[in-house]
Structure formats: structure tokens, C-alpha cells
Design a protein around this ligand. Structure first.
Ligand code: FSO
Ligand code: SF4
Length: 546
């Protein structure tokens, strides 16, 4: 196996024996082959797009779900991969029939999947990232960056599609971009352009997801959330999917169950359509990497709606459930019925039987719900505060959390932001500091929780509106972006920011192993993308910008 798609990759280079995430070589190889097949499907799909046709939405859904399945910490179940692979071959054959002979004769297009898992595994090396030893490292790097950006896009696309929203532009782009990664005639410059287009489509899909979430559940508004536990049976909902949470809340109401959000589900408390359920009682635990410790032996159940899933310990393996594309061998999976509904009765029943926490813990509340709509309702106040000198600088400190050392940087950074500055945050990296007291500036909270990782879109809306108010562009604002990354949604987020020409982003805790030295140099020269150093020095540099 060889995988270097996430920040915790072994030795900062690549996982070759067993994924640091728990991914086995078998799963890694099946995932390589699945991506290879998606590329093959796209070789045919591209021809249809060139003829002005859209790709059948069932095929798009398959491509999207398969990409999402291979994202870090999503699916560790070999059977799921084998069945996706079989489906990929059926789709490929169907497309071959429809499209006929094509110009792309690479193995992606011509390869035929064998019958059994062991034969598939024998073939898998030809789909490996490092298979073509002599491939130009910059070409390899850009191709992988595009694929990882697409994985991030697929996670957001999946979430939006479950609510009935999609973008034809993005749906076609999956195919166009995957095909581009098979095209040996493309130059580094052309692949850089495709990488930027990946960013544009990341932005487009986040916009769609924002539309899906806000039109379905209302615009988030500021809301206090208790982060301590309450007596009684409970279910913890983790991941990112609002619709799953809604279905579970609906089915568990009036049954004496408390529902807690976990990790990236925290912003759900800001949505009217979700906070209206009184048994959505609070938020449990910290960021994803703490789950094994925090779920250990708990007297309740957990539902994983998306990443980040870690290897479940035996002490809770019988009470954790997966849904959507998430999976772990031996973990109960809640599938979708024909009509799109899900039946959560088993997890609800088990939570009741487990009995839940015995005592309440004194509440501790934190504030969420500052999406673009809520934050911009303060726009006049914010502009006034900047003009009068009460607010000096804005920091967006956001992105993923993770297990590797070095992430204290983000806590230290937030703690040291001067009192006349505002911090916006999003994604699970916020758990490094969101339970600290930051106070307010003239009634405006100094820490604004904008939402999930896809709410980078919200952050962009806020930045663009402020830039308009100050008659400048986003780069002209007293704003610094301090981004932490872990998996491929963060890659999509970063590409979205770069595609808008946003400069001087600080990226950490380490730089992606899949960026070659030349690609990195290009990003640093063109966009001023820079690695984090230490909180004190970086903070000083940001403030000097004013
Ligand atoms: Fe975190 Fe995991 Fe949301 Fe990621 S829970 S690390 S960027 O999946 O998607 O922020
Ligand atoms: Fe390693 Fe990350 Fe790949 Fe898992 S996803 S195998 S930790 S690089």
C-alpha cells in the first residue's frame, strides 16, 4: 500500500504498511483500484459531456459516494469496497456500450475488473499512486491534489444531495477532472489550471450545501450549547450530516432519550429546524481524535454519519452504528430504505436499555450559530468597530483537528490574539479553544463559531461583504487565515480559498506530503501560502499587516 492523502501520514511521507488511521493494506489497495475505476468511467463520461450531455445522476451519485468512501476515516469495510468495485465495472461496461470507441486508450479505460476479491487485490498495484515510477513528480503531485480535492467535494456533494440539492456544474466536474488525471498530454500548467478549477468547484458545492442546509433548516442563529452531560439514556451523533440528525431526533422524540452532538455536529444547534427538538440536549466530548477515549464504556449509543471514524474499541463496538458511506467491519450499519427514510429503532432501543448517565453535571455553555447570515446581521456594528479602532484585526482560525503533536499551536495562537481582535472559527479544529472565555467587544463576541468545515463558504461570504464595506478586496482586509488541515475536505477548502486568489494563508501543522517541492514553491510564490512557524511570531507577522 501507499497512501499520503492525510496530514498524519507515516513519517510525513506515506503509509506503506498499515495506515496511521487504521486502514489496512487490503482496504488501501481496494481504494486505489476503486479510484482507478472511477477514472476509467470518466474516460467514457467525458465524451458524453463533450457532446453536451449531462451524466446520468445515478452514475454521478455512484462516483460521488465512491470518492467519499475513500476519504480518510470514512470506510474500513472490505466487502463495501468489493461491491462498489463490482458496480464500477457494470457502469463502465454500460458506458462503453453507449459511447463506443474512445480516444483515451489508457489502462483506466481499457481495464476490466476480475470477479473475485483476491484477483482484484492482485491487480491493485497497477492502480497505485507510485505505480508509474518514472512519472514527473509535479504531474503526480497535481493529479493527486485534484483527486483529493474531489474527495472533499464529494463529501459536501453527498451531504447536499441527501437533502435534494446538487449542482450540474459540479456533477460534470467530477468526470472532467478525473479524466484529466489520466491524460498524459496535460502539462504542469494545464494541471495547475485544473487544480484551480477544483477549487472553484469546491466553492460551488459548498454554496449548494449552504443552500441545502439553510433552506431546509433555516439560517443558523446564535445559540448557547451545554457541553456537559445530563442524566438519562442518550445517543451521540457524530460526523457532519444534518439530515441524519433530524431523522434521529424525529424518531426518538418523546422516548426519554437525550441526543448529543459530537465533533463537527456542534453547529447543528444553531439551526431552527434542529434546535426546536428539546431533546437535542447538548454537545458531547471533543474533536474526532479523542473519540476512543471518550466513547470508552459509555452507557449510551453513538451514530457516525460521516467521518471521522476511528477503530472502535471493544468497550463500545457493540453500541456504535454507522450510516451513509461510513463503515467498519463488524459495526452495525443503518441503511436507507427505498423511500430515503432510515429506521433508527434499533439504536434508540439499545440506548434506552443501556440506561445512560446516572447524574447531571453542572452545565457549561458555549455559543454557536454565527454563519454568514447571523454574522452579517452585525455587519454595521463590525464596520463601525473597525473604523473607530475598537476592532483591530480578524483571525480565521479553523480547519481540522488531529492527533499529532504540534496542534497546540492553534490553542496558543487563539489565546494570544489581542483583546481588540475578533476570532472566527470553523470545523473541528475549534475544539482546541472553543471552551475558553474570549469575552466580547461592545457586545460582539470575540469568538464567532461559523460552523462546519464546509462553512468556509460562510467565512468567504463574510469576508467578501466586509471587503465591500471597506471598499477593498479580501486581501486588503485586516484579516489573517490560520488554517489547520487533516483530511481531504480541508484540501477542497484550501483550493477554494486559493481559487479566489486569497493570499498569505498560514497552513499547518505540517504541509501536505503530496505537494512536490515545485508545486509547493508555486503555491508559495503565487499565493504566499506559508507553513506555520510558532504562534508568537506568526501572530506578530499577521498584525504587522495592518
Ligand atoms: Fe474534522 Fe474529520 Fe470536518 Fe474533517 S471531523 S477532520 S476537515 O472530517 O471534515 O472538520
Ligand atoms: Fe495514512 Fe492518512 Fe492514508 Fe490513513 S488516510 S493510510 S493515515 S495517509
Amino acid at each position: 500500500m501507499f497512501c499520503y492523502q492525510c496530514e498524519q501520514t507515516a513519517n510525513g511521507k506515506g503509509c506503506t504498511r498499515l495506515g496511521v488511521c487504521g486502514k489496512t493494506p487490503e482496504i488501501a489497495n481496494l481504494q486505489d483500484l476503486l479510484i482507478f475505476q472511477l477514472k476509467g468511467i470518466s474516460c467514457y463520461g467525458k465524451v458524453l459531456i463533450e457532446k453536451g450531455q449531462h451524466i446520468d445522476k445515478d452514475i454521478v451519485r455512484f462516483v460521488e459516494n465512491s470518492l467519499f468512501t475513500t476519504l480518510t476515516n470514512v470506510n474500513f469495510d472490505a466487502d463495501v469496497h468489493v461491491s462498489l468495485l463490482r458496480e464500477s465495472q457494470q457502469i463502465k461496461e454500460k458506458l462503453r456500450e453507449v459511447v463506443g470507441e474512445i480516444k483515451n486508450h489508457t489502462l483506466h479505460a481499457t481495464y476490466n475488473l476480475p470477479e473475485t476479491k483476491s484477483e482484484m487485490l492482485k491487480d491493485a498495484p497497477l492502480a497505485g499512486i507510485m505505480y508509474e515510477k518514472s512519472l514527473d513528480p509535479d504531474i503526480r503531485s497535481l493529479r493527486q491534489t485534484i483527486v483529493y480535492g474531489l474527495k472533499g467535494i464529494s463529501a459536501y456533494g453527498h451531504q447536499a444531495r441527501e437533502l435534494g440539492y446538487f449542482s450540474d456544474q459540479v456533477d460534470d466536474f467530477y468526470i472532467t477532472a478525473l479524466e484529466a488525471t489520466t491524460d498524459d498530454s496535460l502539462t504542469v500548467e494545464e494541471l495547475i489550471r485544473m487544480t484551480m478549477r477544483t477549487g472553484e468547484n469546491a466553492l460551488e458545492v459548498m454554496k449548494k450545501l449552504d443552500e441545502a442546509n439553510t433552506e431546509t433548516y433555516g439560517n443558523p442563529s446564535p445559540h448557547k450549547v451545554d457541553v456537559h452531560i445530563k442524566k438519562g439514556p442518550f445517543i451521540i451523533v457524530s460526523g457532519h450530516d444534518l439530515k441524519d440528525l433530524e431523522m434521529l431526533l424525529e424518531q426518538s422524540k418523546g422516548k426519554g432519550i437525550n441526543v448529543y452532538t459530537h465533533g463537527e455536529m456542534l453547529p447543528c444547534h444553531g439551526y431552527d429546524g434542529l434546535k426546536k427538538y428539546p431533546h437535542l440536549i447538548g454537545n458531547f466530548g471533543g474533536a474526532w481524535q479523542d473519540q476512543q477515549k471518550q466513547f470508552d464504556n459509555i452507557p449510551g449509543c453513538i451514530l457516525m454519519t460521516t467521518n471521522c471514524l476511528m477503530r472502535p474499541r471493544d468497550s463500545y463496538k457493540d453500541r456504535i452504528y454507522s450510516t451513509n458511506v461510513v463503515g467498519w467491519e463488524g459495526v452495525k450499519h443503518i441503511g436507507k430504505k427505498e423511500n430515503g427514510d432510515k429506521d433508527f429503532s434499533e439504536i434508540i432501543q439499545q440506548a434506552i436499555e443501556l440506561g445512560g448517565f446516572k447524574e447531571d453535571v453542572e452545565p457549561h455553555e458555549i455559543l454557536v450559530g454565527f454563519g454568514h447570515h447571523a454574522t452579517l446581521s452585525y455587519a454595521d456594528k463590525i464596520v463601525e468597530a473597525v473604523k473607530s479602532g475598537k476592532v483591530r484585526h480578524f483571525f480565521l482560525i479553523g480547519g481540522c483537528d488531529g492527533a499529532r503533536p504540534g496542534r497546540n499551536y492553534y490553542t496558543e495562537f487563539a489565546e494570544n490574539v489581542p483583546k481588540d481582535c475578533i476570532i472566527m472559527t470553523l470545523a473541528c479544529g475549534k475544539y482546541r479553544f472553543n471552551k475558553l472565555e474570549f469575552g466580547d467587544i461592545d457586545g460582539l463576541p470575540r469568538l464567532l463559531d461559523i460552523g462546519q468545515c464546509n462553512d468556509v463558504y460562510s467565512a468567504i461570504c463574510i469576508a467578501v461583504a466586509l471587503a465591500d464595506a471597506f471598499d477593498t478586496d479580501v486581501n486588503g482586509l485586516p484579516l489573517s487565515l490560520i488554517v489547520s488541515w487533516y483530511e481531504q475536505k480541508a484540501v477542497a477548502d484550501l483550493l477554494a480559498l486559493l481559487s479566489l486568489g486569497i493570499k498569505n494563508i498560514y497552513l499547518g501543522p505540517t504541509l501536505p506530503a503530496f505537494l512536490s517541492p515545485n508545486v509547493l514553491q508555486y503555491l508559495s510564490e503565487t499565493f504566499g501560502l506559508r507553513p506555520i512557524s510558532n504562534a508568537e511570531d506568526d501572530l506578530k507577522t499577521c498584525l504587522k499587516q495592518n
